[in-house]
Design a protein around this ligand. Sequence first.
Ligand SMILES: [Zn+2]
Length: 247
Amino acid sequence: VSGGAGVRLVERGGAAWLESEALFATGLVVHAFTARRSALGAAVEALGLGRHTLVTVRQVHGDRLVTIGSPREAEAAAATEADGLLTANPALALAVFTADCLPVLLLDPRRRAVAVVHSGWRGTVRRISGQAVRRLAEVFGSAPQDLLVALGPGVGPCCYEVDRPVLEEVAAAFPGAEGLVAPAREGRAYLDLRAAVRHDLKESGVRPENVTAVEECTACRPDWFFSYRRDGAAAGRMAALISLREG
Ligand SMILES: [Zn+2]
């Protein structure tokens, strides 16, 4: 697996993950989009996050974002229904789990704050990535043009055929946007989640050149990724992780 431009594969300590060269180059964060063969614990150890508090939420395909300041708050987050997390605390590692939906990592290298978002079609039409940009601005004073964003592995337009109700929500959420859908069978179309999230980020003030994406399709690559569309409800999940470095 190559992941595409600006993305590289890392194999260490029995774990494997993809990472954004741009995020890595800042030296400010540890981050990863894990491959299916990597158990979460192995990846966490190989990333050097074994002593960090792993922060997760109960993902519900909504658009709620939770800001976490301390390890104590992390415990409550695990029981909270939400689909995104923000923090400026280097003791915390933020994570979402996906198996077709897009994981999105955001870093403000100037204010030293990070966010992670779970964006399936429902979160995408609620423009959860753009909401994360605005929340980073509200809470940490982040300027959107400073943000570096990495989109992880998700289902590609090649494999993501959706029906009319979904298409109507996409059209309502992204009026005038082009290139988000391609015609399929009668009344259906192929949805490009990555393109939709890129569009949302751009309209939220993020520079397109600051967004890197894993271009691989989870459904097309059973050797590397879990896929809900391909494997059904029993599909495993990949982790998207990000943690600020100390200092
Ligand atoms: Zn595909």
